[in-house]
Design a protein around this ligand. Sequence first.
Ligand SMILES: Cc1ncc(COP(=O)(O)O)c(C=O)c1O
Length: 445
Amino acid sequence: MEQTTEARRQTQSREWFARAQQSLVEGVNSPSRGAAVYMPGPTVLERGQGSHVWDADGNEYIDFMMSFGALIQGHAHPVIVKAVSDAAAAGSHFAAATSAEVEAAERFCRMVASAEVVRFTNTGSEATMLALRLARAHTGRRKFLKFEGHYHGWYDPFLLNAHSHPTEQLGSVENPARILDSEGIPSSTFDDVVLAPWNDEAALENILRAHGHELAAVITEPIMANMGCILPRDGYLQRLLELTHASGALLILDEVVTGFRYAPGGCQQYYGIEPDLSTFGKALGAGFPVGAVAGRRAILDRMRWGDHMVLHYGTFNGHRLTMKVIAANLDLLSAAQIYEKLHATGNAAIDGLRDVFARRKVRAIVQGFGPMFQIYFSDHEIWNYRDYCKYADTKRYSNFVHALLDRGIYMTPSNGLHWIISTAHNEDDVETLIKAADHACATLS
Ligand SMILES: Cc1ncc(COP(=O)(O)O)c(C=O)c1O
């Protein structure tokens, strides 16, 4: 399937992207899809099937980005396609009580151990926003703690230190510089945010000693998925949970990326921790927009109608068509051996890439395991935001991925994201990736 760079003409992609400048800001609907990341512009995708996608010029690729992880079943899985067409034919949404939402919620609560109840939203950002509101209402406290380099969606108070910056701008570990990710947010919003370095128990203990009593919540990704793929140190998540509870705060585990990916019950199952609240999105909807907040009934019950309730409205909450997709998706994910296969395929890709880098004497490491991983052009392991800012050669990574795009591998050139294995990927896809990576290494200066 490998094609030469020359064969991969991008005439149509270029034309669409030029045309898009007239009607869309930067020609796209999110900066991560446009010229800020892809050079000289994005490959315009038109069709997907299984693990493959085709662009506007008819070029074929194996997709390892998978809609930023949303496509856990790959593209156009027949069971999902049938669920969608059946649902659409009977009415896609009523904004009324449906059996579809009950069936989706029952499956969800069966799979996620900490989910006594669940509330569906439309995106991961809405889920984290709601989780924070619930935590504030439940504890009667205002502040919350977020970690450097963690991204929890684009809701105002989360937009602190979610992007990478030169190390000299980061301040000290004891007193991290607070770097806003967006204009248009009143600076007072961040008065309620306590910022901490991740994967560092001692630093967390110190910060909680000073601020723990005023925190409604600590929010964390279980595996950092927005600085590539950074694993928690052994025992870190358990300690984080203990320290959070000792402060009287709630732990919000943001499983928007990791949920339904590492295990049927998410990273909380994989690492054996029980958060108070957790948030989901991406893989839950198998390509359809959805988010969810799950956790203890006593906390989520604060949304019950009445005085002092936590308000959560939404025309599209519990969208019927999406609920049908979720039920079908979770049934597929409950089949025997699914997670074993996801892990085996991902680990084969990781091992193959490590071999290529070793053979080609390219200074690169692969972090993560199974269904999600990232390549860093670095000699150093990356354990947190500061390591990423210091050691990850993001330019070299972008060059490498552009070389892969020319060789039939679809991936975002942004080092902050990660490679995704779906149930549609197989050994042949891994083999093609390894060959393409081998050739791409030869292009690196
Ligand atoms: C960890 C995490 N939380 C929340 C979100 C926000 O989800 P969404 O993009 O669906 O709003 C993201 C998105 O990438 C994420 O990575």
